[in-house]
Design a protein around this ligand. Structure first.
Ligand code: 3PG
Ligand code: MG
Length: 398
């Protein structure tokens, strides 16, 4: 895999470099255009600054959300361009399309050391198309904008998309520092995790995490399960879960996993059960095996936090993906906070995997320096741990 250093060695001053970044940041639900966590923008700054300072004409591209292959103002990267400019200390030029007249004119007008952000890649059907020719045609257009391609979008390397996969075959390709760092860390926890190895999984769906659970189960000492997905496991143990999130079709699978794990899958013993999915809803801590029929679990309870913290405390390696509860609502944030704080205290190496968990850490104001590594990739880091081939990495290697 060629790196940014290799590219600098070839000389980038005055040359146009297309940088694929993952600027898919979360926005404040109550204030349009307000970025609630700019961690992914910050994560790519070193690459952009390196290129800018070397005199490159930097063309940044990214997706945001999941628009349906056509322009949709709801998903404009405009606010991201503004924030990126603030962080770089210089305004960023923003193109109103991705490969259209605005992008072409802006790319042509770039001066050495200037940074341009293209509009959302997913405003173009070719970006995510399953059809190789359609993706290829869009990649052709992207490639005409630049002389070199740098992929620093770790969060998107699991997507076989035009800007991640196909464009790398059309321009000399290089891995950015963020991609290199992420891969190095994930390789370490995948291939040589120091034992005891504890994995903490949360988030809403078992089905999203099934492959990673299957891949990790043989390797871990303990797998702690919280978040919405724990209720399907509790149900598989024969407990009623009231109105909590449940994936009925996954109950048998969870029962099999529990049998296979022979005690190494640890479930909450208490949960915060509320009358509704609402910060103002009536809520109490109840036993995990006695969730009232008219309540839904929205967080793990304090005894579970203590139980999880104890397992985490004895670990030499911890990988964490997925919040323990609805941390965005204050009454249901304590589980995620408690687990995150326990992870910061270990005498070992910890990795926070995932856009959501990383955002939770920052939103809850937990000291980021307490973690070994905070990944910018959710799906990407999970797929790496599953042992899958990641199209974006493959494209950089070939
Ligand atoms: C993410 O948020 O996981 C990445 O930005 C990828 O986004 P996607 O799941 O919409 O492809
Ligand atoms: Mg994703």
């Amino acid at each position: 895999m060629k790196t940014l250093d290799d590219l600098l060695g070839e000389g980038v001053s005055g040359r146009r470099v297309l940088v694929r970044a993952d600027l898919n940041v979360p926005f404040d639900k109550n204030e349009a255009g307000k970025i609630s966590d700019d961690g992914r923008i910050r994560a790519v700054l070193p690459t952009l600054i390196t290129l800018r300072d070397a005199g490159a004409r930097v063309i940044v591209c990214s997706h945001l959300g999941r628009p349906k292959g056509a322009p949709d103002p709801k998903y404009t990267l405009g606010p991201v361009a503004t924030r990126l400019g603030e962080l770089l200390g210089n305004p960023v030029v923003f193109a109103e399309d991705t490969v259209g007249p605005s992008a072409k004119a802006a790319a042509d007008a770039l001066t050495d050391g200037q940074v341009l952000l293209l509009e959302n890649l997913r405003f173009n059907a070719g970006e995510t198309s399953k059809d190789d020719a359609e993706r290829g045609a869009f990649a052709d257009e992207l490639a005409t904008l630049a002389d070199f391609y740098v992929d620093d979008a770790f969060g998107a390397v699991h997507r076989k998309h035009a800007s991640v996969y196909d464009v790398a075959a059309r321009l000399p390709q290089y891995a950015g520092g963020l991609v290199l760092k992420e891969v190095e860390v994930l390789r370490k926890v995948t291939e040589t995790p120091e034992q005891p190895y504890v994995v903490v999984l949360g988030g809403s769906k078992v089905s999203d995490k099934l492959a990673v659970i299957q891949a990790l189960l043989p390797k871990v000492d303990k797998l702690l399960v919280g978040g919405g997905m724990c209720f399907t496991f509790l149900k598989a143990q024969g407990h009623e879960v009231g109105k909590s999130l449940l994936e009925a079709e996954m109950i048998d699978t969870c029962a099999d996993l529990l049998a296979q794990a022979a005690g190494r899958i640890v479930l909450p013993v208490d949960v915060v059960a509320a009358t509704a999915f609402d910060a103002g809803a009536e809520h109490d801590v109840v036993r995990a095996e006695a969730i009232p029929a008219d309540r839904l679990g929205l967080d793990i309870g304090p005894e579970s936090v203590a139980l999880f913290a104890e397992a985490i405390g004895s670990a030499k390696t911890v990988f964490w993906n997925g919040p323990m509860g609805v941390f965005e609502l204050a009454p249901f944030a304590a589980g995620t906070r408690g687990v995150a704080e326990a992870i910061t205290k270990i005498d070992g190496f910890s990795v926070v995997g995932g856009g959501d968990s990383a955002a939770a850490v920052r939103t809850l104001g937990i000291d980021e320096s307490g973690f070994g590594h905070i990944s910018t990739g959710g799906g990407a880091s999970l797929e790496y741990l599953e042992g899958k081939t990641l199209p974006g990495i493959l494209a950089l290697e070939s």
